[in-house]
Design a protein around this ligand. Structure first.
Ligand code: EPZ
Length: 430
């Protein structure tokens, strides 16, 4: 099992290129099969989740041609099956975006029901509510969702919960329904807007993405397009908090500063200097950071995917911070690992009280999920001594060349998988 081994203490300094947004790319790849013409998508992050979804898309018969690590051509004309096997869903929940894409185009889809994951139960009732409202029969049989419709007809749909996945999935199905669909109480994340823009570049008629109401006029066909995925605001924020936690000076390149406003606001609140450029943001921390409070909310609020990263940073800020996780019910597991590095934390339900400490001491920790894994690496970078992070397969699902990018900023970090490699690292750094 691969691990990261880190020698903490170096401030991160320099510039780092941010890749394409994983959570936009996953939905865009699924939507790409809705055309019978060739679609080219670039600025894809080269991460495991993307590669698994491309396998699933090829698995149902679509043409998938990897032009390079960050560019793919897809043609949905060859799709012969609307049945997405469980092992794809087990590997990556976002395969469920194929539900909306296949239902929209073929009026039928069979996708294994995604399970929960490490951060919560993550039901998909709102996705199914939307499909049913558009006129689909949706049954769950033997762990599979079977959705089909003689035709899909536009409807006025009000989501009970603000859900990124449900907003995107139902938007995709509605893009090829008949008539006008109005979606209310929708998610407004940048990646929702990116998927809407992608669909519109294929000839869809979607207005209002990024606002509280999305209006979709269904079309018969979607055509070829070339599209570039937006930068990943969560990868960018991860490096921004790494700069804060290590008293560094990091500029994240190829970003959209507006997408980072909630992160920037919190960094300023705790005492970092933040400078915004057209497509870059610079974060400088000279230490002496102060506590603050944060509540995760749907966009434009503070993103839940940045909660572990700010949690690690606040654990090194003077004073008492409080984090309220309002999106997922089980997203504080990393704090137990952080306590083993010397953090002073107390979890009560969906809030965590964090008393800042002077420093962390390196330890062997385990990554409970993607963002928590990245956050524990930040803790290791700031800690005194050696930290080993297990289960980094989670981190590799969503961060491209994570250790290489950190090393380019001065981090002492390597990917290892044997005791011999660990001993070699220890000799090298001692
Ligand atoms: C997306 O998950 C992201 N994943 C998550 O990022 C992110 O944390 C989340 O949005 C929130 O921003 C992808 O885009 C692939 P939701 P999603 O539906 O769509 C409840 C990462 O680290 N809910 O917005 O599954 C749900 O339980 C991942 O990249 C329902 O109740 O999230 C949660 O409490 C982790 N019924 C809340 O809504 C539903 O039908 C928000 O979930 C759907 C969701």
């Amino acid at each position: 099992m691969e691990q990261y081994i880190i020698k903490g203490g170096n401030p991160l300094v320099g510039e780092v290129e941010i890749g394409g947004a994983k959570n936009a790319a996953l939905a865009i790849l699924a939507a790409a099969i809705m055309s019978d013409e060739t679609v080219m998508i670039d600025n894809l992050p080269d991460v495991n989740d993307i590669n698994v979804l491309l396998d699933a898309i090829a698995g149902i018969g679509a043409m998938v041609h990897r032009v390079d690590r960050h560019t793919v051509k897809i043609n949905g004309k060859g799709v012969t099956s609307v049945d997405i096997e469980y092992d794809y869903i087990k590997k990556i929940r976002a395969s469920y975006y194929l539900l909306g894409a296949l239902l929209g185009k073929y009026k039928r889809a069979e996708v294994a029901l995604p399970g929960g994951c490490n951060i919560g139960s993550r039901p998909i009732d709102q996705h199914l509510k939307g499909f049913r409202a558009l006129g689909a029969d949706v049954e769950i049989e033997h762990g599979k969702i079977i959705a089909e419709a003689a035709k899909l007809v536009g409807k006025h749909i009000y989501f009970d919960v603000v859900s990124v996945g449900a907003t995107i999935n139902v938007m995709m199905a509605a893009a090829m329904a008949e008539g006008l669909t109005i979606l209310e109480n929708v998610a407004k994340e940048p990646h929702v807007v990116d998927v809407a823009n992608f669909l519109n570049s294929m000839g869809a008629n979607i207005r209002g993405a990024g606002t509280d109401v999305i209006r979709i006029r269904g079309v018969q066909k979607l055509h070829r397009t070339e599209y570039s995925v937006i930068p990943d605001q969560i990868e960018a924020g991860t490096f921004m908090f790494a700069a804060a936690a290590t008293q560094g000076d990091v500029t994240v390149m190829n970003v959209i500063p507006k997408h980072l406003e909630a992160t920037t606001a919190k960094l300023l609140e705790i005492g970092c200097e933040v400078e915004e450029f057209d497509d870059a943001v610079r974060v400088v921390s000279k230490g002496g950071l102060k506590c603050t409070h944060v509540k995760t909310l749907p966009y434009p609020g503070f993103p839940t995917d940045m909660q572990p990263q700010i949690g690690v940073t606040l654990a090194l800020c003077e004073g008492t911070s409080i984090i309220t996780e309002s999106i997922f019910e089980n997203r504080f597991k990393y704090l137990d690992e952080l306590a083993r590095m010397g953090a002073n934390v107390k979890i009560e339900g969906n809030s965590a009280t964090i008393e800042g400490v002077e420093k962390f001491s390196g330890a062997r920790v385990s990554a409970p999920d993607l963002r928590a894994g990245a956050a524990l690496c930040i803790a290791g970078l700031a800690a005194e001594g050696i930290t080993i992070v297990d289960d980094i397969v989670y981190i590799q699902r969503g961060y491209e060349r994570f250790e290489e990018k950190l090393r380019s900023l001065g981090a002492v970090i390597e990917k290892v998988s044997t005791e011999k490699e660990i001993r070699k690292f220890m000799l090298k750094v001692s």
